[in-house]
Design a protein around this ligand. Structure first.
Ligand SMILES: [Zn+2]
Length: 483
């Protein structure tokens, strides 16, 4: 446990107790247990042992080896696509997505790959230099990356995210998401105490525009025992006009720890904005058929309304007003936020490469003729020039997103695709030199938030943006190019 901070040790001790082990500490092979250990543990041999176990989940010589069932899955998916008249499974899956074809999705992935890889190689060199400067002479291995990256981050951007917390009170942030919706879309929110709720913590607002009610918004913000963890938006009732004017009832669910004052981390604040972006997608929906209402859109489009909304959290007009110290009332210093954002961009070459590698492997699995999955994966990684010190975020035998069900099969690219859209989409406001530019906001409303699944998604984006999405704002946002 040398080098491992107390909070991580505590979690490891709790796990050992939970498993009834005689050892004082245990690290499991779940990401949240392994990653902090790889980040902090000084013992290089232990890091290697743990890394090898973690990255070979589902590939061991035992009953849990997934290789055969993955191969069978790929064969059956290819057959299904053929029966339905598609060239391959990816073509079938993407037919009604925004990308529309595997070619378009692959094109985007490979465009981002080159700069991400360059950046990762530069990060690798910096980590190797750090090893040398400590008087060591070994070559950086995959189990060293997170450890030295953490050291470098501390050295270059010594920044404690907790410094932001006193400025992020939950009540102010709820007001901030409403304020943003008012400035962009003319919405107002009025608490309704008379509407019944399923738990005393839950609050309801009526949502108005131009003096008419357009929907109802439920906020269920706090964790409690028996409540599912995580953050999401639910539509309790979809907007539609099939049988009269049916108003949407939309719920945001979060799991903040209830306390007084309730102060949020930057990540939490971002999540609040994210989920409210999904809520607006439901609330602003203006369609006839429930089947096409609100968030009933393609998987590579659905995160655009939520992710683009996160950008307003970083806007000075919002921060100045709502990010105020809970004791002094002082606005958050701009330099503080800037330091945090710079620290965040450190190491994005690595993060982008591991994510992209998985997305490209997924696309190859579902466009190439099926075969031995591990051989296919090796071939793809060789083709794209995967840096030897990084492994894909999910190796085939435990790539649950694409093999635990069909949901994300040939769809893992959607994470990056959505990020391209939200970065490029927000850029439209920057070009207008006004984060609330009325003309841009109106197009965002009409083509992205209000139209549900009624339009071709690529065309909807084009109508909003005036052109197809470009990758440059994403590269800039992830610090993969110098602006
Ligand atoms: Zn989301």
């Amino acid at each position: 446990m040398g080098g491992v901070p107390q909070s991580v040790r505590d979690a490891a001790a709790a796990l050992a107790r939970e498993r009834g082990l005689s050892a004082p500490y245990a690290v499991s092979l779940s990401r949240s247990s392994v990653e902090p250990f790889l980040q902090y543990a000084d013992d290089r041999d232990l890091r290697e042992q743990l890394f090898r176990a973690w990255t070979s989940r589902g590939a061991g010589s035992n009953d849990n080896n997934n290789t055969a069932i993955i191969e069978e899955t790929l064969v059956l998916r290819a057959e299904k696509a053929r029966l339905l008249g598609y060239e391959n499974f990816a073509a079938y899956k993407l037919a009604d997505s925004m990308a529309a074809s595997p070619l378009a999705a692959r094109d985007l992935l490979e465009k981002v790959w080159a700069p991400a890889r360059d950046r990762a190689l530069a990060e690798r060199d910096a980590l190797q230099d750090l090893i040398a400067s400590e008087g060591e002479n070994f070559t950086l291995a995959p189990w060293d990356w997170r450890y030295y990256a953490e050291k470098l981050r501390k050295e270059r951007f010594d920044f404690d995210e907790a410094a932001l917390k006193p400025y992020f009170q939950i009540e102010n942030l709820i007001a901030a998401v409403f304020f943003t919706a008012e400035k962009l879309f003319g919405l107002t929110f009025k608490p309704r105490m008379d509407i019944p709720v399923y738990h005393p913590d839950v609050r309801v607002w009526e949502v108005r525009r131009d003096d008419s009610i357009i929907g109802f918004f439920y906020g269920d913000y706090f964790a409690r025992s028996g409540k599912q963890g995580g953050a999401w938006m639910s539509s309790l009732r979809d907007q539609h006009r099939l049988s009269g004017d049916v108003l949407p009832i939309i719920l945001n669910n979060l799991n903040f720890v209830k306390s007084d004052p309730c102060l949020l981390s930057f990540d939490d604040a971002e999540t609040l904005f994210h989920e409210f972006g999904h809520a607006l997608h439901g609330l602003l929906s203006h369609v006839k058929y429930p089947r096409l209402s609100g968030t009933n859109v393609a998987r590579d489009f659905v995160e655009l309304p939520s992710q683009i909304y996160e950008h307003w959290l970083e806007e000075p007009q919002v921060l100045q007003r709502f990010a105020r110290h809970y004791q002094t009332g002082e606005p958050m210093p701009a330099a503080l936020l800037e330091r945090m954002l710079n620290a965040r961009n450190a190491g994005q070459g690595f993060g982008t490469v591991e994510l992209l590698a998985s997305a490209i492997v997924d696309m190859d699995f579902h466009t190439n003729p099926p075969g031995d999955p591990q051989a296919m994966e090796t071939q793809t990684l060789a083709r794209i020039g995967m840096p030897a010190e990084i492994v894909p975020r999910h190796a085939a035998p435990h790539f649950a997103h694409i093999f635990g069900g069909d949901g994300y099969a040939a769809g893992y690219y959607a994470y990056l695709w959505s990020e391209v859209l939200d970065a490029d989409g927000f850029q439209a406001f920057k070009e207008a030199r006004d984060p609330f530019d009325p003309a841009t906001a109106r197009r965002l409303h009409d083509y992205i938030y209000a139209s549900g699944g009624t339009r071709d998604f690529a065309q909807a984006y084009r109508d909003f943006r005036g052109r197809d999405p470009r990758i440059e704002p994403l590269l800039e946002g992830r610090g993969l190019v110098t602006a």
